[in-house]
Design a protein around this ligand. Sequence first.
Ligand SMILES: C[C@H](O)[C@H](O)[C@H]1CNC2=NC(N)=NC(=O)C2=N1
Length: 186
Amino acid sequence: MSRLLLPTLFSISRKQVLAASSFHNLYGRRHRSFVYWTSAAMSQDSAIGDSASGAKTFCSSLQDLSAKKCVPCNAKDLHPMTEQSAQELLQKVAGWDMANDNGTLKLHRSWTVKSFTKGLDFFKRVADIAESEGHHPDLHLVGWNNVKIDIWTHAIGGLTENDFILAAKINELQVEDLLRKKKVAK
Ligand SMILES: C[C@H](O)[C@H](O)[C@H]1CNC2=NC(N)=NC(=O)C2=N1
């Protein structure tokens, strides 16, 4: 990144980010990465409040979700993410879907495990992450070997970046030993 660009990038304020975003909304979305950056910046802001400069937001939005930490859900300026921002972040959590449950956006993913007890082992591995993040999923074990997980931020009745961070960390779990082998089509 050229030296000239770096200071300007690090001096971007939230207002400039929002102006740039509306510019892009008005004049088409030629640079998907920029739109991603803007929406991620806003969703990042909504998660941690107004950052003093775009720099912190800019840097953190480049960070991989699984390397980030969840913030306390009682943070006063935590707001539900817009469906558009959620769609952008959904691209970063492979295997997860988003559903609108009576107006509440939620993340959802399911797995087939080898046995009922392997399903409980799966829950334990997820629980360890949830406890360390202070952010918790809804866990379901149905039909004895189907693990289904829903994630949303209960405190605000919608999706925040916390939910995507938790989903990304669940995706990093080593669970191959618990999963039923996929049937190979003959
Ligand atoms: C203070 C602390 O952040 C809250 O009690 C947490 C606990 N875990 C949580 N998990 C989820 N998914 N949503 C919440 O609102 C939530 N709140």
